[in-house]
Design a protein around this ligand. Structure first.
Ligand SMILES: Nc1ncnc2c1ncn2[C@@H]1O[C@H](COP(=O)(O)OP(=O)(O)OP(=O)(O)O)[C@@H](O)[C@H]1O
Ligand SMILES: [Mg+2]
Length: 228
């Protein structure tokens, strides 16, 4: 589903963020990306989302070579993905419902499809009762739930999350991570870059470890700490 073949990324300022990274993430997997600050986790996520393009090597998503992708085909690629960031980036003057509905509206869904689907995802993230609340009326954890709802409303094949719990207290963070696990259980491939050590250690999922732009570990039921 996601394949990196000898991928390097050098930013315009000369910083090498990824060095010769090769990895494969299969359909339906749940993967943590861990590693110290600056290791290249966000860069790896951005390459999958095609926010950045590899300097060397090949990135394939569903067989599609992202380096060869035409600009006009990028929206098609992104439609198959949902993304969640550390800062929720919700529309401040729109309710929870409208924030989620907007993601369907811009992808050309009918009002009828939107009316049917949005309550369903709000229910999934446990926010059916807050549908009419503005982001400013929601807690950080609730706002992040809206962001997750928005990311999955169009049934993405892949959910990318870059430090989705970075701004949340440990308990709220757990709630968000459990939600990602549930979304994965329903069939979506989930990739999470995170520093949430205790959650990674408790969930025992696949852990890909980056350091200095290289993959230095890849364990099927890994932990956050580097194995000695
Ligand atoms: N847009 C950019 N332009 C230039 N250099 C960048 C850019 N984005 C990231 N970098 C550099 O690339 C390296 C990898 O950064 P990246 O953001 O991928 O790390 P990270 O593992 O996500 O770190 P963190 O845990 O702090 O989020 C760092 O040295 C960073 O300074
Ligand atoms: Mg990062």
């Amino acid at each position: 589903m996601i394949e990196f073949i000898n991928v390097s990324k050098v930013y315009a300022n000369g910083v090498t963020a990824l060095r010769d990274v090769s990895l494969h993430i299969g359909r339906g997997e749940f993967v943590f990306l861990v590693g110290p600050s600056g290791a290249g986790k966000s860069t790896l996520v951005r390459l999958i989302y095609r926010e950045e393009v590899a300097t060397r090597g090949i990135v394939l998503v569903d067989g599609l070579n992202l380096g060869r992708l035409r600009r006009r085909d990028v929206p098609f690629l992104r439609r198959q993905m949902g993304v969640v960031f550390q800062d929720f980036k919700l529309l401040p003057n729109r309710t929870a419902y409208e924030n989620v509905a907007f993601a369907m509206f811009v992808t050309g869904h009918t009002r009828r499809q939107i009316r049917r689907r949005v309550p369903e995802v709000l229910e999934l993230v446990g926010l059916a009762h807050k549908a009419d609340a503005l982001p400013s009326e929601l807690s950080g954890g609730e706002q992040q739930r809206v962001a997750v709802a928005r990311a999955v409303v169009n049934y993405p094949k892949i959910l990318l999350a870059d430090e989705p719990t970075g701004n949340l207290d440990p308990e709220t963070a757990w709630g968000i991570m459990e939600l990602l696990v549930e979304i994965n259980r329903r069939g979506t491939t989930v990739v999470v870059a995170t520093h949430a050590q205790s959650i990674v250690n408790a969930l025992r999922r696949r852990v890909i470890r980056l350091e200095g732009g290289r993959v230095i570990g890849d364990e099927p039921q890994g932990v956050y700490e580097r194995a000695i």
